[in-house]
Ligand binder design. Structure first.
Ligand code: ATP
Ligand code: MG
Ligand code: MG
Length: 368
């Protein structure tokens, strides 16, 4: 969205920036929100992140901001009790002049301001196994820090986000409707999904039975949602908290494995190039459990491979559903792209099934 200078002035004047000259520029490589760096040039230079929340995707900014404020103020208390650097180890929301966590402009846009975490690096892609290990430690730390947070107090800003049985139900609906008559040519892919029907409810059943705890989950555990300390290269701060919701620890872990434990593009058409990497799986599992291991229950740890498998299956089902429905959720740049995306996920699920005992052995190796 292009935003007029008048709207910028309106938004900027809603905040008390302190003494100095204000300037702003587009910032970062995010795809969801519009992100700006605001610089206040006074006696010292202070910087902030200003974001226009994507309200097409996040239709309830009030609940979303309640989640973010709840989690970030909890982290602030925890880090300060621990003697950590509150200005760098968590983001903090900067309130408006009237004390609100966000500002709604005269055109309906929703804006928020964060402290800018100085002297950091944000990697767009893993350069090596070590980077994946570092990201596991970062998200493990996030999970551990929030282990005692009452996750049921968080709003489910995207309902049923990782409700795998519900994703299956939606897939079956799309299959039944088959509006573009695409089903006939993809019978193997359809059979793959239907053969996994019983698996879909494995984790949600354990949750419903009270055997797995509800946790604070991040739900976008990508490398570029971690800030690394520029001096030490250690993970410093988890950002991009829009999708913080109640969920299962294994789902955050599993989604990281889904996209990180392979060397291929998500839409690779040549499936011979799509291979689940046990080496990357081990690196992530090691990092995650080294940090979060003692904050998780034995069953949460034991079911981590299920998180990996089901997040991958679920993602594949979503791509295939969208393919059947005519590609209106995941943007495509060529015909068949969502089918290719679904197939890479199913190939990874097959690979995981083929090395299921190795995966379980790796998890138990690092759970001591
Ligand atoms: P995505 O496409 O990952 O969903 P997004 O549009 O939600 O991204 P963010 O990830 O919140 O946007 O921010 C975009 C980028 O801005 C980050 O990748 C990071 O480089 C930078 N950034 C965001 N918040 C901060 C902060 N508090 N301090 C320093 N840099 C930040
Ligand atoms: Mg981001
Ligand atoms: Mg985001």
């Amino acid at each position: 969205a292009t935003i007029s200078p008048e709207i910028f002035q309106e938004v900027l004047s809603a905040y008390a920036w302190g003494e100095g000259t204000l300037s702003y520029n587009s910032y970062g490589e995010g795809h969801i929100n519009n992100t700006y760096l605001v610089t206040v040039n006074g006696k010292t230079v202070t910087r902030y992140i200003l974001q226009r929340i994507n309200t097409d995707i996040f239709t309830d900014p009030k609940s979303l901001m309640e989640n973010i404020c709840g989690v970030t103020s909890y982290l602030r208390d925890l880090i300060s009790k621990r003697g950590g650097d509150v200005s760098r180890e968590t983001m903090s929301i900067v309130p408006t002049k009237t004390g609100s966590s966000y500002y709604t402009d005269s055109t309906g846009g929703a804006w928020r301001v964060y402290n800018f975490v100085e002297n950091t690096i944000c990697l767009q892609q893993c350069r090596n196994t070590e980077d994946f290990y570092t990201s596991a430690r970062a998200f493990g730390q996030f999970q551990k820090n929030l282990a005692d947070y009452d996750a049921s107090s968080l709003h489910e800003t995207i309902p049923n986000f990782h409700n795998t049985p519900d994703r299956l139900r939606k897939f079956k609906e799309a299959l039944k409707a088959d509006v573009l008559h695409r089903a006939a040519d993809i019978s193997d892919d359809i059979a793959f999904v239907l053969d996994h029907e019983a698996d879909c409810s494995y984790m949600t059943d354990l949750l419903a039975a009270g055997k797995l705890p509800l946790r604070v989950t991040h739900n976008d555990t990508k490398l570029n949602n971690i800030l690394l300390d520029a001096d030490t290269n250690d993970a410093l701060c988890i950002i991009d908290l829009d999708t913080v919701m109640p969920g299962l620890a294994a789902n955050d872990y599993g989604d990281s494995i889904r996209f990180g434990a392979n060397h291929s593009a998500e839409d690779e058409p040549d499936l011979s190039k799509v291979n689940f990497s046990l080496e990357l799986f081990e690196a992530y599992t090691k990092g995650f459990l080294e940090v979060a291991g003692n904050a998780l229950t034995p069953l949460e740890i034991e079911t981590l491979p299920w998180g990996a498998k089901l997040m991958t299956l679920e993602c594949g089902m979503r791509f295939l559903t969208d393919y059947l429905e005519g590609d209106h959720y995941f943007a495509i740049h060529r015909p068949g792209q969502n089918l290719d995306r679904a197939r890479t996920q199913f190939k990874l699920v097959r690979d995981m099934e083929a090395c299921w005992s190795e995966m379980n052995n790796i998890v138990s190796k690092y759970s001591k």
